[in-house]
Design a protein around this ligand. Sequence first.
Ligand code: ZN
Length: 1013
Amino acid sequence: MTANSRCSAAEPPGLETQRREIESLLRECELCAGDSWYVVEHRWFDQWKEFVETGDQNSSSFPGQIDNTELFEDLDSYHVKERLVENEDFVLVPAEAWHKLLVWYGMVVGQPPLERKVVDLPSTLKVEVYPVEIFLCLHSNMDNVITAQFSRADNIQSIQRAMCQAFSVPPGSECRLWMKSSDSSCERLRNLHVSVLDACLSSGMTVIMETRNADGTWPSSRPQIMRNSVEEQDSYRGQSGVCGLTNLGNTCFMNSALQCLSNTPPLTEYFLQSSYLEELNFTNPLGMKGEIAEAYADVIKQMWSGRHYSVVPRVFKTKVGHFASQFLGYQQHDSQELLSFLLDGLHEDLNRVKNKEYIELRDAEGRPDQEVAEEAWRNHRRRNDSVIVDTFHGLFKSTLVCPECHKVSVTFDPFCYLSVPLPVSKERVMEVFYVSLDPYAKPVQHRVVVPKAGKVSDLCSALSEMTSVPPSQMVVADVFNHHFFKIYNSDESLSCILDRDDIFVYELSVQEEQQEEQVLLALYLRERSHYRDYGSGSSSYGTSLFGHPLLLGVPRSSCSQEALYDLFLQRLARYVRRPDPSEELEEEEEDDDEEELYKTQTNGISDDEQQEEAERVEPSQAQLSEDAPANSQSDATAKVDPLPELNHTQPSQDHKEATNGSGSQTELLNSAEANAANCTSDESLCGNPSSTADATSESPADQTPQPGQTAEEEREEDKQEEACSPSPLTIEQSTKRRACPKRRKSLFTIQAVNSNGTTERGMGEGGSAVSFSSQPYVAIDWDPDMKKRFYNENEAEKYDKHASMEVPQQQTTVQLQECIELFTTVETLEEENPWYCPVCKKHQLATKKLDLWSLPEVLIIHLKRFSYTKFTREKLDSIVDFPLRDLDFSSCLLRKKLSNGEPRSCYDLIAVSNHYGGLRDGHYTSYAKNKDNGQWYYFDDSKVTYAREPQIVTNAAYVLFYHRQDKIRKPTLPPPNTSPASSTPQPANETITSCKDDSAELGASSYVTMETD
Ligand SMILES: [Zn+2]
């Protein structure tokens, strides 16, 4: 190996240096169009952070090779999973940081690095984690479809170029491109200079290319695929406003919000009557030069024209993306966020105030509420005057009290919607797997109710009631990718556990006072792969984890190699068959053993490194025989040291206190590793001290790098260690073999590993051998053929369901009124958001109370279902019981006296935006009442169906629109006859927008193309 390549696999710098270097790169690197950033799996990165922050080189928090497994759909295509969330599933690191990490840690063999470019999108720079993936085909052969990825910043021309190349279109051919959306609508891509983003091309769409015939004609006036996209029956006169909106790729959040606004009568009438034309504000620096208002007006006019089954809100979507980059991307968005942006954007675009004057806000200073409120509203109107203010703005009073000087500060603030909290349950339902001590019992899935703010011990107590096993005999662990991501301490907070984590609770054997101490052993299963040619001098194997890991308490006396082997066989008896005497497995070739032994020494690093290492090590092997006896002794010495105490904390947390003892643990496991292949050894791993104690010449603990050592010295020692350790054992072993000729071959070998299941080799090449801080992890390694014969995969995966799983989770129902009361409940400000007390002249955690003062004509109530706290993110799925009629706010209003002729604050429901699904994925729809005929409809993107009132209140309701009764006009049309032939009134689910006879065909393609060819 050349010196150069040895350098490239550079020894990583110290942990503190690593942390500093990467952190400063993350902090200082700015997004710059065209630059590369890299996607790194969040868990790996977290583990790395923990390692460099709390670990030492030997810590078991060593993250191992960069592993993005969790980000891929599968490991064949390496297709990246959809809807991954930044800082939750992955982190983005700039190229320089990536290359450092890659050099220090390497990457799991076979995984492609996830390089992504920064793209320059309107009003923002963004790392494009998901390029747009579209299908390409020729009109002449639409069966031959290829997939290609493009950046949103690419233009249409680059697609055309790629297609010409992919389909070998003769140069100089004249081409036309068409894009087909998921709902089969087709549009010509005329402008080749427009970007993929602006053309609204999104993943899953197809681009079809046709080339002009030699006679100058086009193959078809419209591609075949467009037969469904006939200009929609121009004659179609449906109910105005009853019109779907085509999904343009994850845009259901936008469609849902648009339908609610479209069914807000005062706003829609304002646009339909074109009143907005006179009020467009092109100069407002806070606005969008009227563009949002115009694009919105276009959509509304089309929806209410009665000519369309469904409208494609393409221009509108593009405009929204231009002005609010957060809505550009690929992720799920929030209909409420869009609504908030849109109301604000429309307001500024339509603000009648052209020059906003500066108005100093005055504190109440003891003046009567009425006076302060009127002043505040007047001031608000002097700067903000638009149809949005007229329709949606109300006023609330906010009272802050300083906890120290008791200064009371009163202000009146306008609002555009009310965000009301949902009562949060103090309890939490968790689903966990319980693994009993009984080796023949399958894991049992339980559903337990625990306090949300509880500790891990509360989970054990809850489980204890179902299993009758005392909580003290349980250990809770997060299992991830066949290994323990984390083993919890009983006093850790349950908020560390996310709902999506796979939590296993293991029963441990009873530990009585007099009994000797137990070691908590984490056991992983691994399968060998990638055999290397023995001739290469580096016969090593790679391993992959499989199956479920186990936690077991092992009495110290049972820690001999032999005893562990038997113990594991016992523990795995449900799915690992013991060989019966007739098929006693004997060693076939003596070499096998040697090979195996050597393997254990070089495992856990990538092939290339191994190769390199093997070559590097070779020269020093000459000294093997000399060093052998001493090393042999020192290995034996290792076995005398006490085992770590039963301790199931997370490695990182107690690494400091464990530092003292780490030497001995290292030795123990070091020897366990060395002995792994040697099943005939009778020596206990923690046997009798007297037998070997004084033979020590050099403790392996001394071989671990000392802080003062230079890298060079470490390397030197490593060489020796690597070169020497296999040898003595080989000698020892062959002696033994001679002594007992008939060897039983084991089903598996036992190997010390680190917490993520790789054989610990310290950092890259430079570290020491095995290292543990407190928690021993071992793996049993299987040859694939042995695994096939003795390991019953089917049985291993089985589990039972406890009766608690059958009990339906009870749905909690709260009243809307409770939510509104919560909104007005006194709260104490949080640390992150203190109040500056003008009297104390410093920030104070004041108490804050909100009260409703005046309410708008259309009241939007946002139910805060998405709860984000420092530790938990959850969607609350309680049913909020809200009235469809007569929502009376009179009693909630602070202002008791109504001026003459002022209407009561009594509201009827007019629209609901629904969210189905969880935090990360989901679907938005809406219910809305048509202002003209008084009928409720259900809008699901391009599909519209009749809805009945009892359907409307569900746990999906997310944003509610209420109209004040005095402003509601009577429907001008009779309600539609929703039960045509039969007498049973079953209007719901009847698709309206796909009318006509051939409903099946049209149902799938009920759309309108906004372009005619
Ligand atoms: Zn104060």
